[in-house]
Design a protein around this ligand. Sequence first.
Ligand code: ADP
Ligand code: TRP
Length: 321
Amino acid sequence: MRVLTGIQPSGDLHIGNYFGSIRQMIEAQETNETFAFIANYHAQTSVHDGKKLAELTMQAAIDFLALGIDPQKSVFWVQSDVKEVLELYWVLSSFTPMGLLERAHSYKDKVAKGIAANHSLFSYPVLMAADILLFSPDLIPVGKDQIQHVEIARDIAVKFNNEYGDILKLPNYKVDENVATVPGIDGQKMSKSYGNTINIFAEEKKQLKTIKKIVTQNVALEEPKEWENCNVYNIAKLFLDEAGQKELQERYERGGEGHGHFKLYLHDVIWEYFRPFREKRAYYEAHKEEVREILAQGAQKAKESASPLMEAVRAKTGISY
Ligand code: ADP
Ligand code: TRP
């Protein structure tokens, strides 16, 4: 099965991103034909500092390679290195009714938040449709907020196919309902926008400082403690196997240790878990030329894969003459 996903290069990744999305992506490449790209054109809708966007794009590539995107198994590239996507975006614009975009939740939400309504924000779903349709994937794994965008891609494909025949493959989405929402240090959903994240690649001191801020109940040291609703436990369990979870539960129930001890333990567990990724990250950080080479090869593969479809679209729509 061909699985495709795009990731906006939006800065520091946190453990919610890891357990909610990145890990699935890494696992998917073992059994699927995976296409993953860094959506830097999409990020232009919100990042207007060119130097910053260039840096964020490179950092995203390094992060994803460190976390296990394997260029031998996945086609991994930067969106802007395959310009065909912009060509298809334009072609698809003529098959996109204004009403379809006017109903897009993410656009309406952003405008409601006071973000200036420019054209790129409005036409964002058309570019996303081009990202998808250019590679004829079977499945797009998404978070709930992106479902409508995949539906818009389908609608656009249907309109195009009605005029030109069965050229564009209708994509399906998959929402992983099993993926629990990872809580942040305040117990709400972990999210950049709430400032409650534990970042995957934080410095050690910073990570410890963040973990010390996790909100916990106030119970005397010697008393038994509840692990069920404890934010420290609920984060720790993501990193522990069954035996490890049981052991930690027993430490809570035994009493004699405070939440401070559990926080130190959580810090060690997270630090050890990400150690190999951190080492890989340091390697790529020191070998950016190698990263560029990987991305260039990925873009080449993506272009080759997109080429027959783009030829067909040009021929059908009269752009080849
Ligand atoms: P943020 O909320 O920090 O801005 P994004 O919206 O950029 O995160 O999310 C990127 C990916 O990570 C999405 O697939 C999203 O579903 C997943 N994700 C983000 N936060 C969490 C969380 N707390 N628990 C589970 N998955 C999450
Ligand atoms: N809009 C997606 C997000 O914000 C990123 C994205 C861009 C994407 N193009 C895509 C996701 C194509 C899947 C398929 O998360």
